[in-house]
Design a protein around this ligand. Structure first.
Ligand code: SAM
Length: 229
């Protein structure tokens, strides 16, 4: 049974004819999305041999070889010009790595801009949002989901002709999360707040207090506090 994290990712893929799931590992996401009738076909990309073989095995077990093409390769290199990819999912990696995969695709032309992006960064969400803004993507939806006691952000974006700018605060904390701070969003921010408090306590205990660092974290602290209250 697929967990709430990837189930929520799948819910954003409804109606997609060809999905490219980058870093698919066991290919559970494309298999589930096809079984649920959300998508019709998928490419499951993996750069590491072991997970690539796991993906092949899952697809074989579910007899979905005619619907899911499992491919070994780095990021969007697995996509060819013949594929008409309608959506790209990149989940369970750091925001920086996801941004790097998108950037490489943009430079190589394997990311055309016609795809809906469904992204689930584990950390450094702000770096991913910065990349999206820099390349004229509009963030359409954002949610926080809980899975195994961890809180994950999911970001859905589409490319626009013109830039869709965001403020520094929106990039840091998510424009749609700020707009609609659900209980889980608030909980994620409260966890961040506690972490900043710990860092500040430690910084203030050091022999020579690093004033600049303290000020940066103080600023973040107040920003978050302002969003929660
Ligand atoms: N997407 C799945 C999920 O969300 O449960 C698997 C996440 S797993 C933590 C990350 C996977 O991404 C690994 O299987 C890893 O091999 C793969 N990966 C990392 N960098 C990649 C890249 N540049 N191209 C393709 N796959 C990559």
């Amino acid at each position: 049974e697929l967990g709430p994290r990837l189930k929520t990712v799948a819910s954003f893929l409804e109606g997609v004819t060809l999905l490219c799931d980058v870093g698919s590992d066991h290919a559970y996401l494309p298999v589930y999305a096809i079984q649920q009738g959300l998508i019709t076909h998928a490419i499951a990309g993996e750069v590491v041999k072991g997970p690539y073989e796991s993906a092949m095995q899952t697809v074989q077990d579910y007899v979905l070889n005619d619907k899911i093409s499992v491919r070994l390769g780095d990021g969007l290199d697995v996509v060819t010009s013949e594929d008409e990819v309608k959506a790209i999912s990149i989940c369970g990696m750091g925001g920086e790595l996801i941004a790097r995969i998108l950037e490489q695709g943009r430079v190589n032309g394997t990311l055309t801009g016609n795809e809906k992006l469904v992204l689930q960064p584990n950390v450094a969400e702000h770096l991913l949002r910065q990349w999206l803004v820099d390349h004229h993507y509009e963030i359409l939806e954002e949610v926080v989901v809980e899975d195994h006691h961890r809180l994950y952000e999911i970001i859905v974006a589409e490319k626009r002709e013109e830039s869709v700018p965001l403020t520094a605060t929106q990039i840091k904390f998510g424009p749609k999360l700020i707009e609609n701070p659900t209980d889980l969003v608030i909980r994620k921010w409260e966890r961040q707040l506690r972490k900043i408090e710990e860092i500040l306590t430690q910084l203030k205990q050091s022999k020579e207090i690093p004033i600049e660092k303290v000020e940066t974290f103080n600023h973040q602290y107040l920003e978050l506090k302002g969003l929660i209250d």
